[in-house]
Design a protein around this ligand. Structure first.
Ligand code: SAM
Length: 270
């Protein structure tokens, strides 16, 4: 394989969740830069991949970027993988990709497993829109701020099992006991579990059931209430007086309030 650089998605639990193309690339590159060589060793052993492993994690990524560029310039091909799923999605790789792009090095990305997209295929939603915020902040005040920011959008985040209960309590306190949430746990693994319920029921459930493993959460979008609707109707009439089209008004208000564009458009027609 001539000198090339690849970003490669790897499984998020079930080792079979890797594409033929990903295995083919990993079998043919000279080096695999990876977050943790011990983790990637399990994957390369399973698929009889013989590339040399070099560690490239959050704290040495910048320095490793230089080494990877030298390898590519010397004619070696390199793939980058994280411990699980898609690199750069709450995972290292951003600094590396930035440096490679600055050096005009071509990047080929091999798609595959990702916890957020796997989770979303379990969750029926009224609208396509969602906001993925990576790991939710640990501090209560910051959690509430970000949940409010995305109040009118389905808000998806990663969370640790040790903090899930506290986060659910915070969601209940900021919204209501009836707030709808979904929790995906151990996706693609033996004890995979996906639950959709009110936040209070979810708290009850995890008081009585296993709460360990890897977790993705979605807080369903809020419907805006009557007070907010009157506020929005007022804003619509101001913008109409200024001569904005219904389409532009929908875009502006949806951006300002984070409410679905089509809902605003309906209001502009009333
Ligand atoms: N890059 C990965 C991806 O593509 O999803 C995410 C890496 S991030 C460091 C790890 C977090 O993703 C876990 O703490 C958990 O919140 C979520 N996650 C990863 N694998 C998961 C799984 N099998 N089931 C549920 N959540 C998972």
């Amino acid at each position: 394989m001539s000198a090339k650089f690849f970003i490669v998605a790897t499984p998020i639990g079930n080792l079979k969740d890797i594409t033929f193309r990903a295995v083919d690339v990993l079998k043919n590159v000279d080096y695999i830069a990876c977050e943790d060589t011990r983790v990637t060793k399990i994957l390369v052993d399973k698929y009889a991949i013989s590339a040399k492993l070099i560690d490239c994690y959050k704290f040495n990524e910048k320095q490793r970027s230089g080494k990877i560029i030298t390898l590519l310039q010397d004619g070696y091909s390199v793939a980058f993988v994280s411990d699980a799923g898609t690199p750069l999605i709450s995972d290292p790789g951003s600094e590396l990709v930035k440096v490679l792009k600055e050096n005009e090095i071509e990047i080929t990305s091999i798609p595959g497993a990702c916890a957020v997209t796997t989770f979303l295929t379990h969750i029926p939603r009224d609208t396509e829109e969602y906001a993925f915020i990576g790991f939710i902040p640990r501090v209560k005040k910051q959690q509430i701020e970000i949940l409010n920011k995305y109040k009118y959008t389905n808000c998806v985040f990663y969370e640790s099992p040790n903090r899930l209960m506290e986060t659910l309590e915070n969601i209940q306190a900021s919204f209501s006991a009836e707030k709808k949430v979904a929790v995906g746990r151990e996706l693609t693994k033996v004890f995979e579990e996906v639950k959709i319920d009110t936040v209070s029921q979810m708290i009850e459930y995890y008081k009585n059931n296993t709460l360990k493993g890897e977790i993705v959460v979605m807080v369903f979008a809020s419907e805006y209430n009557d007070v907010e609707e009157s506020e929005i109707v007022e804003k619509i009439s101001i913008l109409k007086e200024e001569g904005y089209s219904n389409k532009d008004i929908s875009i502006i208000i949806s951006k300002l309030y984070g409410i679905n564009k089509n809902k605003i458009y309906k209001l502009t027609m009333e």
